[in-house]
Design a binder for this molecule. Sequence first.
Ligand code: ATP
Ligand code: MN
Length: 479
Amino acid sequence: MKRAIIKNLLQQDEFNQKVLVKGWVRNRRGSKNVAFIALNDGSCLNNIQIVVDFSKLGEEVMEGVSVGASLSVEGMLTESAGGGQKMEVVADKIEVLGVADPEKYPLQPKKHSLEFLRDIAHLRFRTNTFGAITRVRHAMIFAIHKFFNDNGFYNIHTPIITASDAEGAGEMFQVSTLDFKNPPLNEEGEIDYKQDFFGRKTNLTVSGQLEAELAALAMGQVYTFGPTFRAENSNTTRHLAEFWMIEPEVAFNDLNDNMDLAESMLKFVTQYALDNCMDDLLFLSKRLKDEEKGKKANEQSMELIEKLKSIVDNDFVRLTYTEAIDILRNSKPNKKKKFDYIIEGWGADLQSEHERYLVEKHFKKPVILIDYPAEIKAFYMKMNDDGKTVRAMDILFPGIGEIVGGSQREERLDVLQAKMKAMNIPEEEMWWFMDTRRFGSVPHSGFGLGFERLILFITGMNNIRDVIPFPRAPKQAEF
Ligand code: ATP
Ligand code: MN
């Protein structure tokens, strides 16, 4: 008999058929004559109930059936008499595939803290919370590819190992096969990277953008969806050392087109979650409510489903950096010196506390901030006619802060060259990038969406280490 996936089984209404199910025991309870096993196979949040009648099978069949053990069960799919579930499997045959010593198995059918689960990340997939997050994460990956595919984009794989460090100076992980203890030296006594594997110094990429630009200037609309790495030593709930980024890049798009693209994409994937992940979202909504029980009413977050709907239903606020600075300068927390970083005036880099004030307190919806001072943004962003600001856009989300960073790119060769010179970025090493501005340059735009920040938002989780299966952060690479 073929194994039935529990998710499919639970949608059935043809009872009194023989079925075979396999999975892990989430719970067991019962009496002298009968046992009830909650079996989960990861396909959905819900378990299937297995009924074991001792008068039919003998009590011995329950040997080794403890929380965490894996089972194969054959039986009759039966309409359930008890409340709580629509159906159950009345077992004919139970085989224990793998035992889980109850004395040693760390997961019990009770609430475990997220911190504890982080220490056993190899087993946390087996909890309701991480099962739900894993399924939602998958749905979001699929939705992102669907959005771009439906809109005529091509997916580009950009390199993970890169020799360009123009963007992430100092924040990159080096890739090398040289002997640490005894590296080859050049005449100046410095490490001779000519003898390294790639014949030059290489790093893990911080972004696929520069390569995506090359593709966009031939393919029109492209996107990357790959791993990115940042050696920033920031132990925050919003940063990972290894995370996944979605980076569309579109020829002929200006900043307004770029904002429209980002907003419609975020709305599409949020709607996709609402349409396809409701069971898991309802569970996560309840989890969030439980977690915030002790908080004051004005400190509690919006109910998860309601929050997701509000993203789909409302236009994002669009305003300039200069307007934002005015709002922040006159805000209560700034005047009362409640911010860690007080906004003195134009030119200040916005911290997460400022971003969250704008989104959560002032506008109460997502905000797209544009036209930032050139000094605080990357070299490739298009200079505005004012000579002071660039065509940057950051999208700020409630509870998250920055979720998207993007811009219209500087397509004018001479302006780009001058900018790179001023910022000490060696043009020669980027000759291939400069060539796009030399040959058939066009206005173009793109952005980077941090995938885990999106998942934080969709799931209502608080710590980015809980929305990626195996988080990489300073001093953390166990699993
Ligand atoms: P932040 O100011 O929050 O550190 P950033 O300005 O460094 O972000 P970008 O370089 O613009 O971010 O990267 C694009 C997007 O990638 C960000 O908007 C964010 O969603 C995500 N991102 C950036 N750094 C990280 C990180 N260390 N971990 C997870 N996601 C990140
Ligand atoms: Mn950063």
